[in-house]
Ligand binder design. Sequence first.
Ligand SMILES: O=c1ccn([C@@H]2O[C@H](COP(=O)(O)OP(=O)(O)O[C@H]3OC[C@@H](O)[C@H](O)[C@H]3O)[C@@H](O)[C@H]2O)c(=O)[nH]1
Length: 400
Amino acid sequence: MLYLSIKYKIFVGLLVSASLIASTYLFGIHLASLETRDIYKEVYNSAPQLKKDLEEAISRVRGLEEKLRAVELMVPKTYDEVTYLNYLKKKRILITGGAGFVGSHLVDKLMKSGHDVVVVDNFFTGRRKNVEHWIGHANFELIHHDIVNPLYIEVDKIYHLASPASPPHYMENPVKTIKTNSLGTLNMLGLAKRVNATILIASTSEVYGDPEVHPQSETYWGHVNPIGPRACYDEGKRIAETLTYAYAKMEDVEVRVARIFNTYGPRMHMNDGRVVSNFILGALQNNGITVYGGGQQTRSFQYVSDLVDGLIALMESNYTLPVNIGNPSEHTINEFATIIKGMIGGNSEIKHIAAMEDDPQKRKPDIKRAKEYLGWEPKVSLNEGLKKTVDYFKQELKLM
Ligand SMILES: O=c1ccn([C@@H]2O[C@H](COP(=O)(O)OP(=O)(O)O[C@H]3OC[C@@H](O)[C@H](O)[C@H]3O)[C@@H](O)[C@H]2O)c(=O)[nH]1
């Protein structure tokens, strides 16, 4: 108690001194901004003592900043409650891309269940901010690493999610997207083989390309343009699936393959570029909602918590063939624009620009397999999920 109260006094003392010195410092900056003005030059040149004082103040503020950082580290951090698991139940779980939008929600769920979670991310589209609330927790580890290079680590399970997933992001560097999904997946399968871990591969509805079968069941082989702008992702994920089943067959690796359909929710990046965040941000900022093409193309949107439940159910099942994880509630993009505009209000105009090349025209998952083998189906309605996502983006905009 006594120790804590001394720490508290030091902390308050340092805060007060810091703010006093910071005001001097800011005053110094203000003066510095006048540097170009002749009047200031005159004062400055005729007052070398002032210059010396400012430099001293700046150095003292820097010293105090260091001390404050040290005091902050002494204040214990609080975490969400974590279930206790004994050593037989507790697993060491690797999540590649764990600092990304979907990965970080999976991290939360597995951490709260009491497992040891190791996140590997190259921060190409992932962000430390998404997992910072676990940093320092005894069950959590964050590794900055690009899985295009091998990784040597001891784990029981691997959720392999690493890859840019938004069309503008994966098209920005197609070679990197292909490398991540081919070499990266090869490395993770090699790791799974070496440490005898079960591996779940995050595949995608994009393996069906611009489908000629509707809705899409897992038995459909797809309709992908192998040299189009989306090929780096579509074909990247297709080769990831091929590699996965080759390792299962040749090396007896325990595999799971989730074909993830359009997913949305909090922690999507402001610059994500996918339709949900674009429409919400356009409406919230009154910048207009931009539909690519005629808007008759359809998508079926699932809320991120449903996806996370589906991924865990798949990992824990003994089902080895691909499974669609998505919400079959289907809307045209025009309808979706109207829904978002209605929910947010304002007077955003819905405008149309040229269609994206090779944009899939219809997409809806057939989820019979997930229901039958995983006992899983989505629970969160579009209305409920969108409200949470809109609230999230409102908060993000306040931070700008
Ligand atoms: O601002 C926008 C963004 C997108 N769109 C349209 O909205 C539809 C959905 O586009 P998105 O970019 O959200 O996502 P896509 O369905 O094309 O691809 C997604 O598919 C499933 C996942 O694996 C990936 O997250 C992603 O590749 C497309 O028809 C697109 O042209 C707009 O009309 N306006």
